[in-house]
Design a protein around this ligand. Structure first.
Ligand code: ZN
Length: 428
């Protein structure tokens, strides 16, 4: 068992002597292409207003910085899902609902849905276009982009919107004041567009064009004991407002459920989905419950700044996405004053993995891996060991009482130069 301490101890240089020859690494890969619908309009992603580079974003205009952030988000997503078919994302800034205290930050979804395509894992079941393309290996609708994403231009343009809050366009998850981390919002919205969404009409319980969608195979009502697949419209309508009892029964999400301290349905052990009463169309069902603790990316309200896709990946895996990539699984880093299991997935069997942590964000070259960096300045190693046959490396570690501390975590597979997602967490 390892202890995780607050104080820095070891240095990253220790990794130098442990570098080995690199076997071939397995990376998840999809090419996600941003289609700039604002091009030529002088606004949004095309806004020529000069801007100083910020938080690692080298752009010199607002439009370029927004596009750069979008590309970073696309690259992050592209490293965790597999598709031989390029994923096209239509993107635009437009005024969305906003007042002094609340705002719709963005909205996104799939542009088309598909069923009964070659290789479809469920019969007569809708899938989002990007996933259907990925599964079948060809573009099922070559004339339409896969996703469309809208971002609220009033956040920057209208000072009455959230009291003069602006988008933060840095890549370091460190927005000043009340500014909103654009990268976090793009990652969230792209999740919806890739398939993190129910296609059922939540107000009526009606199926989309008479067919179930892939979510109905996993949405489970803990009160009735029924999947949405086996409900009538009336039952689905009631389930959508059955707070705390609308749950996700997929195996990959459920395997991680015990690592959450709240938001897990006691009767089933399934993670809860967002089911407020009264219904919130557009938010209900298609998010994790706000009760889920620690917070996750796919809650209906932004809870912080992150580049971590956390348990979003598990849900996409449940609905049939080919996922992969070297990553720390959620929730990292867990709870203080308890033993937590830290897990890296997507590692190479037999290869040594290093769990590192620190307190200061930065960019440090990984020894022996040209161009590869970790996002932690003051690097400490708290454990290392080989990945098992399933490509997992898990370490139990006791976290002391560190209320209020912000810690950064990452894992590194030195021999293949793989670096995981960076997880930043502040203990309550
Ligand atoms: Zn959302």
């Amino acid at each position: 068992m390892s202890h995780l301490n607050r104080r820095p101890r070891a240095a990253f240089a220790a990794l130098l002597v442990l570098a080995l020859a690199a076997p071939a690494a397995v990376f998840a890969n999809a090419n996600i292409v941003i289609v700039n619908l604002d091009a030529g309009t002088g606004q949004g992603l095309d806004d020529p207003t000069p801007a100083a580079p910020i938080g690692g974003n080298p752009g010199t205009t607002l439009g370029q910085q927004r596009l750069n952030a979008f590309q970073v988000a696309a690259n992050i997503w592209g490293s965790f899902v597999n598709s031989s078919v390029p994923i096209l994302v239509d993107a635009t800034f437009t005024p969305l609902t906003c007042n002094a205290t609340s705002a719709v930050l963005g909205a996104a979804g799939t542009q088309t849905v598909h069923a009964n395509f070659p290789g479809a894992p469920k019969f007569n079941t809708w899938f989002a276009q990007a996933e259907a393309n990925s599964i079948t290996g060809s573009d099922l609708d070559p004339t339409t982009s896969d996703l469309i994403a809208f971002f609220n231009s009033d956040i920057d343009n209208n000072n009455n919107c959230l009291n003069n809050t602006n988008w933060y366009l840095g890549f370091d998850s460190n927005p000043p004041g009340n500014d909103i981390d654009f990268l976090t919002v793009i990652l969230h919205e792209m999740g919806h567009g890739l398939g993190f969404a129910s296609f059922v009409n939540e107000s009526t319980g009606q199926l989309l064009a008479g067919r179930h969608d892939i979510w109905n195979h996993y949405l489970f009502d803990a009160t009735t004991g029924l999947l949405w697949l086996n409900m009538n419209n009336f039952q689905r309508r009631n389930s959508a407002i059955n707070t705390g009892n609308l749950t996700w029964s997929g195996p990959n999400v459920t395997a991680e459920a015990p690592t959450f301290s709240n938001g897990v349905n006691a009767a089933t052990g399934f993670l809860q989905m967002y089911a407020p009463n009264p219904l919130e169309p557009g938010s209900s069902v298609s998010h994790y419950d706000t009760a889920v603790t620690p917070n996750v990316l796919m809650e209906p309200f932004i809870t912080g700044s992150t580049i971590d896709l956390d348990i979003t990946i598990e849900l996409l895996t449940d609905i049939g996405w080919s996922t992969g990539g070297y990553r720390l699984s959620n929730p990292v880093p867990g709870f203080d004053q308890q033993v937590n299991t830290f897990t890296t997935r997507g590692a190479t069997p037999g290869q040594t993995n290093y769990f590192i942590y620190g307190f200061t964000a930065g960019s440090v070259n990984v020894p022996g891996c040209p161009g590869v960096t970790v996002g932690i300045q003051d690097i400490n190693i708290f454990s290392n060991g080989p990945a098992d046959a399933a490509g997992e490396f898990a370490v139990p570690a006791f976290i002391p009482n560190i209320s209020g501390a912000t810690v950064l975590f990452q894992s590194v597979e030195l021999s293949t130069c793989q670096v995981s997602n960076l997880v930043t967490y502040t203990w309550p």
